[in-house]
Design a protein around this ligand. Sequence first.
Ligand SMILES: O=C(O)[C@H]1O[C@H](OP(=O)(O)OP(=O)(O)OC[C@H]2O[C@@H](n3ccc(=O)[nH]c3=O)[C@H](O)[C@@H]2O)[C@H](O)[C@@H](O)[C@H]1O
Length: 493
Amino acid sequence: MHEHLLTSDPSREDRVKVHWWYLKTAKEKLQFKALCKRGLSPAMAVGSVSKPGQYPHAAMPLSVQDNFPSTPGKAKMERNNYFGFTKITSRWHSSISAKFSFWLVVLVFLLAFAVFRLKFSGIHTIGHVSLLTDPWVKHVKHSCHVKRDDGLVVLVTGSAGFVGSHVSLYLKKRGDGVLGIDNFNNYYDPSLKAARRALLEKQGIFVVEADINDAALLQTLFSLVSFTHVMHLAAQAGVRYAMENPGSYVHSNIAGLVGLFEACKNANPQPAVVWASSSSVYGLNRKVPFSEFDRTDKPASLYAATKKAGEMIAHTYNHIYGLSITGLRFFTVYGPWGRPDMAYFFFTKAILEGKTINVYQGPNGVELARDFTYIDDVVKGCVASLDTAQRSTGSGGKKKGPAQLRMFNLGNTKPVTVPDMVKILEKHLKRKAHINIVSMPRNGDVPFTHANITLAQRQLSYNPTTDLETGLKKFVHWYRSYHSNSDKSRSRP
Ligand SMILES: O=C(O)[C@H]1O[C@H](OP(=O)(O)OP(=O)(O)OC[C@H]2O[C@@H](n3ccc(=O)[nH]c3=O)[C@H](O)[C@@H]2O)[C@H](O)[C@@H](O)[C@H]1O
């Protein structure tokens, strides 16, 4: 509404806005507008449309100025013709204007500072939506809307990841409120993460694109939404990549975890946290199956060490702040929408492309084995953990009593050797693999994993039902359809 009042002088523009805003009645505003349009200074225009003394920022109306004593130091006026009007400048007027200009500058500075902080805290935009505008907040709140009695409100970190996307969809489908957060890093093809995000958004799950290390963002989310639970799945995964990029493990699995626990412990109410640890914490243990009561102080990779550190950190936050925390040790999770850095996934690609795969072998020709666990079983374990989690006992950073602290193995309990896994893939892909047997490199791998799931069975009613044969069949089916669809969309003009 101001555009027709604006001149090329920005300070005049600002003054017009401020004066207009101060005027109380529509009549005053209308007259003020007309006078400004005709070139009168904003302060003069206010003075002319109002009663003397009504607005402290107004200049004297012309009629009053005629009688105003020309006292040096108080008010010195000059008149000259200005677009058919008498232009009057005065020191009195100038000092009022100066005050306004000063506060205007302060206001503009504060606004600029706020925008700057938001910008560099990474929460200024989600997609192309500014945090300063309502749509972003609406997306967040809408995504957290609960559609069943006693439904949960869950913040899922790593929601564009493999397990994160599956858990988010499951929760949303049963009527829980779900908000995702993911930094969409390029550890593996980000287009797969984007495709998972599209799937989530189709179901009404909003994914905030940000890093869990962004404390200001987490604080904003917790102030907007009373999360009952946090499903923390954001992490730097992969055992062997830790030798290439150790810093990324510290960033996500240690600093990120601490940042998340900080946000949770400060929240009021504090949410219950369920988070992903890893079977790799069993490291070089020889006693099988691996039990939660076994020692876990021999990690074979930095990845495993950061997960083990996470378990210790979880204990601390539970102990000091009363956060309810459940850690889940995942055993080589696989399935549709899986991670391209995992062996079953890149073996599939290589077999289809007729390329050679390296199959590792332990000392003395021992075949390596994994307790491969199908994604749907893991999702059930995650959701059961959320459903059975007790409330945190603290609030606003203060502990009010002891809180629940749990750890569960989520495995399949039926380890399969890597060569057998390759045979299953060959069968479903209807292709022979070109295999190169190589000694297991010293890069963090362990020879075997095998979960004891008694605890999860007892407390979570966790019972995995998908064997590797069935699970890989579903994976291959998904792989073919996903790649034929993305090939088609790539070839579209
Ligand atoms: O349960 C976990 O805590 C971890 O599971 C997963 O690690 P791993 O069990 O090591 O899975 P993955 O890499 O698929 O290798 C599978 C098998 O293939 C063998 N392998 C691997 C590569 C290769 O080129 N050749 C080969 O024989 C390899 O020696 C191994 O025997 C997750 O990646 C990890 O993030 C973490 O979640």
